[in-house]
Design a protein around this ligand. Sequence first.
Ligand SMILES: C[S@@+](CC[C@H](N)C(=O)[O-])C[C@H]1O[C@@H](n2cnc3c(N)ncnc32)[C@H](O)[C@@H]1O
Length: 381
Amino acid sequence: MTGEKPILITCFPKISQILAEEVKALGYKVLQIENTSVRIKGDWQDIMYLNLHLKSANRVLWEIATFDVVKPDQLYKAVKKIKWHLLIAKQGYFSVQSYVKNDFITDTRFANLKVKDAIVDYYYDLLGSRPDSGPDLSKTVIYLHWVQNKATIYFDTSGESLTKHGYRMDPWKAPMNESLAAATILKSNWQPTKDHFVNPMCGSGTLAIEAAMMAANIPALWNRRNFGFMHIIGYNRLAWTKMRRDVKKLFREPTVRIIASDIDQKAIDICRKNAETAGVRDYIKFEVCDFKKTTIPREPGVVFLNPEYGERLGEESELKEIYQSIGDFFKQECHGYTGYLFTGNLGLAKTVGLKPKRKIEFLNARIDCRLIEYELYKGKK
Ligand SMILES: C[S@@+](CC[C@H](N)C(=O)[O-])C[C@H]1O[C@@H](n2cnc3c(N)ncnc32)[C@H](O)[C@@H]1O
């Protein structure tokens, strides 16, 4: 691939506006925003930069070709016309993924097979041999987006999804997805160089670690060693190494305090280990305590809570008390802070008993969730 080409960055539903803001903040012109994607244009440098930095994205797709096709055989013919030997190495390996909404296709695997056959047959016709193919996403990944008569073939330059930021090794109860956690922080009013970030009930530490990485200016995917783009002809390893070196020069010591607490020692052990992997262990203060006892430094700051919400763990009635005491904790201990509650149980959220300033919709594993913002004054405003 050479030159500027359309780039489609995908994300979870309901966060494309947050993703668009993130993309703009990285210096790009956003051309289109849809429910689960943001469209821009870019070249090799941009592909590497976006994959390294994007906190709230799923995948960075780079357009190879687009065509009007209705039937599977038309797709096969169109894909076979692409000059694949200039894109994927003959001794390489590729996988095909897709999103298809088309009257002729009921099983996306059939569309994937058509694309795979077209690439393989192109190679055989030209060179008498072909790259290997299969389900592994750690090499070259081709992505077909086919809605009615419009089909677009992309490279999935991310390969494995970008939602995993590569620092969470051990499992813990109901962890937040990393890119979702980052999206909630981006949507909050937290200022990484000005406000403390307090995360009681931190569990495996996703929110605190994402915040610490932002405060230290460490890109979200800094810990990822393999991306789809590394398996496309034209990838320049020296340019990638230089980009990483330049980015590293911008790392900084956080100027704010980041506090992560949980009642469970095991959660804190996991959180500390994850923070170590993410390179931010020294920037977080870990506490084993009930959430009400968490250290709250002098304002300004935000306090972010993601309690269990009864869908996957615990029962609603037992959690009611916790949500009520979150309200008391906010009111009594967090004056001058902005409080954030991320929950998938809107009924329980009401028992907090404080007036929300904002409610922002999210979807977490198909559960309708809210990030609820509270301005925490002493007494009444
Ligand atoms: C839903 S999990 C948080 C998951 C976290 N956001 C993550 O990404 O891993 C809720 C956490 O609250 C903790 N917890 C429950 N009751 C608590 C309490 N009274 N005080 C402090 N932590 C508590 C649990 O141990 C659990 O780790």
